[in-house]
Write a protein that binds this ligand. Structure first.
Ligand SMILES: [Zn+2]
Ligand SMILES: [Zn+2]
Length: 406
């Protein structure tokens, strides 16, 4: 909310309360309106939505005693709010406005600072800010003019953010995905001019294309956005039927996006120039895609390495074997040396996640599978084997009782 809003908006009218309404009455009015106008209760009703915002803004200010006092003072100084403030300062101005006397801005700051010192933290600072939004030209940086020039020049399109959910393989190997996006875009009917096809916008005769007009009020000259062209500097006689003259429509676009190999879950990828189109010849914004990567039933990921757990038998671990293990794009042979321990990790170079520079490895962790139940024959065979192999050393019992027992 700018201080300019303080002058132009009638918060009391927005809430339908008197200017001397007490805090309880303001709260009551706000609650009732907020209930009635709530977007959940008025789906798709732009008018209700706009009023809901106005009411919320009004309550924000009027429910805060300090801000309410500032608001009241701004209205007292600069008019009664609403259209009055825009048309000048009807009767709301202290002393010599309109008398033709040179007006000393210092007086204004001084008077206002004195009158409102108790309600403002910074004395004249708040008022200077207020004036900054109001006056064009020399009194304050010519904000109205600066804004209007920026508004009529080329404007870069908005950045757009969207999400894409990828399978594990897609994230590792890279994928091209179509993304459907809704964003404001250049109206296809009028190519953004806002004018009905066959016609074209012409320079606003009121402001000669500047987008601002100057008005003299007593000794003041101040600028305000041109009301004829609403600050754009251009007038459209026959508005485009598709966009009703705004030059912008909400468009659903499907764009094809190449997601590079090796993206991680949660990563935000920037695709330059794939956002909303620019206006009046400006460049397009950027598209940011937040990727979500699904889990894989077999593989895990550790940076650019893929991880995989493979069960092997006691016999395979003891005597060695060659396994065929899956990769994301096929199979690979893996030599398990004799005497491999359970939990040991073996590396298959270059079969991990492709990426810039180094491609990762596939890290295969072998786990010796232990059967839950065995047949009588197997049990006998295992006992025979145990007797043959002997106890592994050290055993904890041996280590603890060590000295005396043996
Ligand atoms: Zn159009
Ligand atoms: Zn104009």
């Amino acid at each position: 909310m700018s201080t300019r809003d303080f002058i132009e908006k009638d918060y009391y009218a927005a809430l339908g309360v008197a200017q001397d309404a007490d805090a309880a009455a303001i709260k009551k009015a706000y609650r009732q309106l907020a209930r009635d106008l709530h977007p959940d209760k008025n789906p798709g009703n732009a008018d209700a939505e706009a009023r809901f915002k106005d009411v919320s803004e009004a309550y924000d200010v009027l429910s805060d005693p300090k801000r309410r006092a500032e608001y009241d003072e701004a209205r007292r100084l600069f008019g009664a709010g609403g259209a009055g403030a825009r048309a000048g300062f009807p009767g709301g101005f202290p002393n010599n406005a309109g008398t033709g006397q040179p007006f000393d801005l210092g007086d204004l700051f001084g008077a206002a600072g004195g009158a409102g010192a108790g309600t403002r933290a910074g004395g004249g600072g708040g008022l200077g800010d207020l004036l900054g939004g109001l006056f064009g030209g020399g009194a304050a940086p010519g904000s109205a003019r600066a804004r209007s020039q920026a508004a009529s020049g080329p404007a870069r399109g908005q950045d757009v953010e969207t999400e894409a959910t990828l399978s594990f393989e897609e994230a590792v190997l890279g994928v091209t995905v179509p993304l459907r996006m809704q964003s404001p875009g250049t109206c296809p009917t009028c190519a953004g001019s806002g004018a009905k096809p066959g016609t074209s916008p012409h320079t606003c005769p009121v402001c000669q294309g500047a987008g601002v007009t100057s008005r003299s009020q007593g000794a003041f000259a101040f600028s305000e956005p041109c009301r004829n062209c609403r600050g754009s500097g251009q007038v459209v006689d026959d508005p485009c039927p598709t966009c009703t003259g705004s030059g912008v429509t909400t468009q659903t676009r499907t764009i094809t996006v190449r997601i590079p190999a090796g993206v991680k879950d949660g990563q935000r990828i920037r695709l330059a120039g794939k956002g909303a189109p620019g206006r009046r010849g400006g460049p397009a914004g950027d598209l940011f895609v937040v990727v979500h990567v699904a889990e894989h039933e077999l593989f895990g990921r550790n940076g650019s390495d893929l991880t995989l757990s493979v069960p092997i038998t006691f016999g395979e671990a003891t005597l060695g074997t060659t396994l065929t293990v899956p990769t994301l794009d096929g199979n690979v042979s893996l030599r398990v040396p004799a005497g491999t321990a359970s939990g040991q990790t073996l590396r298959v170079r270059g079969r991990g996640v492709p990426g810039k520079g180094r491609t990762g490895d596939l890290l295969v962790t072998v786990e010796v599978a232990v059967p839950k139940r065995v047949s009588a024959v197997a049990e006998q065979a295992i006992k025979t084997l145990e007797a043959e192999l002997g106890d592994p050393r050290p055993r904890i019992t041996a280590a603890v009782s060590g000295g005396g027992a043996r």
